[in-house]
Design a protein. Structure first.
Length: 535
């Protein structure tokens, strides 16, 4: 009796009228299954037949149209001609609309990115932008991606104009502005590589708690889901990381899902693995009560962003370039149909999989000569990974978790709460000038990569070569030293025996072409006023 009822339900779910992804997702308890759409795709009638089919695609999000560079290209001038295209299609089709994105470091107009802002000025810019854009779409968006990608790939705060000027304060400021603009839409933080539950996930968890502790409203976290075939975490592990954020009282969703092949053409076994990976991602959403939906970043490989970004990789979506359904589509529909009929493990030839527990050997020290190995940001290891395990110089294969190693540059990090950065940074500069007051202890408190420090110091250098100084900082960090040693620069100059520093009589004139060595370059070329050391 039970078996017959199950089979009848499964057959009913697989009839042409019902076996479409959004319908299946809703029957399985999700709010939607959807896709992004870019304006340029509208001329493809075959593709738009898929997009306009609400039973298949029940939710849309503009791929680019609502981003800052397009809606406010110059300060105070808002234009929505392009931005309205996808929302209008969604409204005409009766599809759920997700809106994307407000505060993001990328696709910013130059007037924002390169402006000389005080904190108050940039706060006003953010609030004005959010008020206008969200006001234009008030009542139309199920959710807004309010802040996008505030953490970098190493799990640090991203070096954006917002963070440089405002620290983490831009996070609650953005969410408060969003709530004021539209009190009834869901407000999301959105990011990629959260699925691996590593350092970046931890930083985003911190971002969410910063917003919550500031009393600002936040409703959800978007897991972008830009994943790689064979390196996607298991269904159980994905559900675990989703629950980290639902435990904070938030909903979660997969917001930009694609699972790319690291080499093409894909073999039949790789296509099966991709299908299993898709089933595990969608299945993890079904397993977590607070997961509301899945959005793929396009329906067809024909319009994927992957090939232009990751050369030689792609075929990451559910339909191929000829608009035919792939094995991945079948696996997703099977998982959704099974959940809709009460069976979490569908009996199909494309089954969900749990990976073995064999840990790939650490690859954190492998590098390759230029031209060899994986490129910057590329994958270089992890459980089940069969691609390159070295990185092009100067990148290092860095373990993010058992499933994913990525080509990054490793730098020593001095840890300290954000509010303590300034005195620590000033102490480092004072020490480089020859003052030993509190320098050893405070220097170790720096929460800055030397690379980040270089960017900060670069603002205060008058046409000088900072590389020797920053190289010295890197070297000291790698050796674990606790102080900066003043070194005699090449060329003329006088030594102050009391302080141990060197000075140049023509330093301010700009005529001195010396290439200073070591940390003394910081003392010589940085303005002496304390405000100059603020990053």
């Amino acid at each position: 009796m039970v078996k017959s009822a199950y089979l009848a339900g499964l057959l009913a779910a697989c009839t042409p009228a019902a076996a479409q992804l959004h319908n299946l997702a809703v029957s399985a308890g999700l709010k939607y299954f959807g896709s992004c759409l870019d304006n340029g795709h509208r001329s493809d009638a075959g593709y738009m037949n898929i997009i306009n089919n609400k039973a298949e695609v029940g939710q849309l999000v503009p791929e680019n149209g609502q981003k800052w560079a397009y809606v406010e290209p110059s300060r105070g001038t808002f234009t929505y001609t392009d931005a309205d295209v996808v929302p209008n299609i969604a409204a005409a089709n009766g599809q759920v609309l997700r809106c994307h994105t407000l505060t993001w470091h990328s696709q910013l107009p130059s007037w924002v990115e390169n402006g000389s802002w005080t904190k108050a000025q940039l706060q006003s810019v953010i609030e004005t932008h959010i008020a206008n854009v969200m006001g234009h779409y008030k009542g139309k968006c199920y959710a807004w991606d309010v802040v996008n990608e505030a953490a970098d790939d190493n799990g640090n705060w991203r070096d954006s104009v917002f963070y440089r000027v405002m620290g983490t304060d831009f996070l609650p400021i953005s969410f408060n502005a969003a709530k004021k603009a539209d009190a009834n839409t869901k407000l999301y933080y959105n990011d990629y590589n959260l699925e691996y539950n590593g350092a970046k996930t931890n930083r985003v968890y911190e971002a969410v708690t910063i917003v919550q502790n500031a009393g600002a409203p936040i409703d959800g976290v978007g897991f972008q889901g830009h994943l790689i075939v064979g390196s996607t975490p298991s269904r159980a592990n994905l559900a675990t990381v989703l629950r980290r954020f639902t435990a904070l009282g938030l909903e979660v969703a997969y917001t930009e899902l694609d699972i790319r092949h690291s080499s093409l053409p894909a073999s039949s076994s790789a296509l099966t693995t991709q299908a299993n990976d898709y089933a595990n991602v969608v299945g993890s959403c079904l397993d977590v009560a607070g997961c509301v939906g899945v959005t793929v970043w396009g329906m067809s490989d024909k319009y994927s962003w992957i090939p232009q970004t990751f050369s030689g990789q792609g075929d990451a979506l559910l339909y191929d370039s000829n608009l035919n359904k792939k094995a991945a589509w079948t696996s997703v529909s099977s998982v959704l149909a099974a959940a809709a009929t009460g069976n979490p493990n569908p009996g199909t030839t494309l089954t969900t999989s749990t990976r073995t527990t064999t840990t790939a050997p650490p690859a954190t020290t492998t590098t390759a000569a230029p031209g060899g190995g994986a490129a910057h940001w590329g994958q270089c290891g992890g459980i089940g990974w069969t691609g390159p395990t070295t990185c092009q110089s100067p990148w290092t294969c860095t373990k993010l978790n058992d499933w994913y190693y990525q080509c990054l540059i490793e730098m020593p990090v001095y840890t300290v709460p954000h509010t303590d950065r300034q005195p620590a940074f000033n102490a480092a500069l004072n020490h480089s000038r020859g003052s030993s007051t509190n320098s050893k202890g405070d220097l170790n408190k720096l929460d800055l990569h030397p690379k980040e420090m270089k960017k900060c110091l670069g603002k205060h250098i008058k046409g000088r070569d900072l590389k020797p100084a920053t190289d010295r900082l890197v070297a000291l960090g790698e050796k674990g030293k606790t102080s900066l040693e003043a070194e005699k620069p090449s060329g003329s100059g006088q030594k102050d025996e009391a302080s141990g520093t060197w000075s140049s009589p023509d330093m301010e004139s700009g005529s001195d072409n010396r290439q200073p060595r070591g940390s003394l370059a910081l003392a010589e070329f940085i303005k002496p006023d304390s405000s100059a050391t603020k990053c």
